[in-house]
Each structure stands twice: as structure tokens, then as C-alpha cells.
Design a protein around this ligand. Structure first.
Ligand code: HEM
Length: 180
């Protein structure tokens, strides 16, 4: 997993919970980096899971809630850093329909070795988008945060239904978006 995701996570922890909590979370990661992640480095995603578990224990928030909040946070960074992906698109449904065949394809060119999930788009009714997340990593709630933040960003009323399709593992989920 890219260091950028780690540095953003630790920024969010420091901003929302303070330096002392950030230090405890870093200690829980159990890595050899002592929190000194670099944005372009590549790290084991299990360190991220260990940090999120520790933050969950400290804050009383569930892993699900934390990963959704983290998705919202990272979306804000994407809007700033990758504004060209957003221009020319005026709806959440259109933007999200291009993650797998355009945005993450471009991301892979920029960051060779990026560990990205896959999204498939089963056929659905007009005014709807169904997207299915699959990954070896249990980041479905992070994806949910990104999807919710996308809907908020475009500002049109969209109903979202989220279904776990991984038997509770968090490695696959179906998102059904319906334009109101
Ligand atoms: C401009 C928009 C976007 C950019 C630039 C972007 C870029 C990235 C990058 C750099 C990573 C980290 C890869 C790694 O750790 O090796 C990532 C991971 C991920 N992205 Fe995107 N992304 C974008 C939009 C989205 C959206 C809207 C979704 C949700 C539907 C999404 C879902 C994910 C998920 C869930 C991961 C975590 C890895 C996994 O689950 O296996 N991304 N993305």
C-alpha cells in the first residue's frame, strides 16, 4: 500500500485525536519505520489495519466508522491533488463509473506498483449505478467513505445502498446508487 495513504491516515489521526494518540497508533503498527512513512514508499497494508485497530480501541469508534471517515478525508486530498480527474464530469454516477477503467488506470501509471482494488459494473436501470468492489485487502468501508464523499462533492441527491458481499470480511461490497 502506498505511503501516501499512511501519511494521510496519520495526518487525520493527529488532526482529530492529537499527537499522543498518533504516537500510540504508530507504536501499534509494529513496523520498523516508527511512523516515518514517505509518500512514495510502499508498505504492508497490515500495518494500516493494526493502526486502525488501535485507533478503534482508543477512540471507541468501530473500524467501519474509522475507515468511512478516512475515505472522506482522502477524497478531499484527491480533489486537491488530482483536480483534472473531476473536471469535465458533473455527476457522481458518471465519475464513479470511470474509477476502474480510467482513474485507477491513470493512478497505476503515476504510481507503478500501486495496490488497487477492482470495480465491476453489473448492468442496471437508467438513473442507477451498481458498482462492486473487490480487493485482497479489507477496505470496503474505505471505499464506502470515498463513494459517500463523491456523492456529497457533486451535490445532487443520490440514494446509496451498501451490501457486504464478502461474508463480513470487508473485501467485497456492492454499492447501488440511485439518482433521486
Ligand atoms: C481522483 C480520484 C482517485 C484517485 C487519484 C485514487 C487513487 C488511489 C491511490 C493512489 C490508492 C492507493 C494505492 C496503494 O495503496 O497502493 C487508491 C486506493 C484505493 N482506491 Fe482509489 N483513487 C481515486 C478514487 C477512488 C474512488 C472514488 C474510490 C471508491 C469508489 C476508490 C477506491 C479505492 C480503494 C477502496 C482503495 C484501497 C485499496 C484497496 O481497497 O485494495 N478510489 N486509490
Amino acid at each position: 500500500m502506498k505511503g501516501m495513504i499512511f501519511t494521510e491516515f496519520l495526518d487525520m489521526v493527529e488532526g482529530s485525536f492529537g499527537l499522543a494518540v498518533k504516537d500510540r497508533v504508530i507504536a501499534a503498527a509494529g513496523g520498523t519505520h516508527d511512523g516515518a512513512y514517505t509518500a512514495v514508499g510502499q508498505y504492508d497494508h497490515r500495518e494500516m489495519v493494526a493502526m486502525a485497530l488501535e485507533l478503534s480501541a482508543i477512540s471507541g469508534m468501530t473500524m467501519q466508522e474509522l475507515l468511512i471517515a478516512f475515505g472522506h478525508h482522502v477524497f478531499g486530498i484527491f480533489v486537491q491533488g488530482f483536480s483534472h480527474f473531476f473536471s469535465g464530469t458533473d455527476s457522481a454516477l458518471v465519475f464513479l463509473s470511470r474509477i476502474d477503467d480510467y482513474i485507477h488506470v491513470e493512478v497505476r501509471k503515476l504510481y507503478p506498483g500501486a495496490e488497487l482494488p477492482s470495480f465491476s459494473y453489473p448492468p442496471c436501470a437508467a438513473g442507477q449505478l451498481v458498482m462492486e468492489y473487490r480487493s485482497p485487502r479489507p477496505m470496503a468501508a474505505f471505499a464506502e467513505g470515498l463513494v459517500r464523499a463523491t456523492i456529497k462533492y457533486y451535490g445532487q441527491p443520490v440514494q446509496l445502498a451498501v451490501e457486504d458481499i464478502s461474508g463480513g470480511a470487508g473485501t467485497a461490497a456492492r454499492f447501488t446508487l440511485t439518482a433521486a
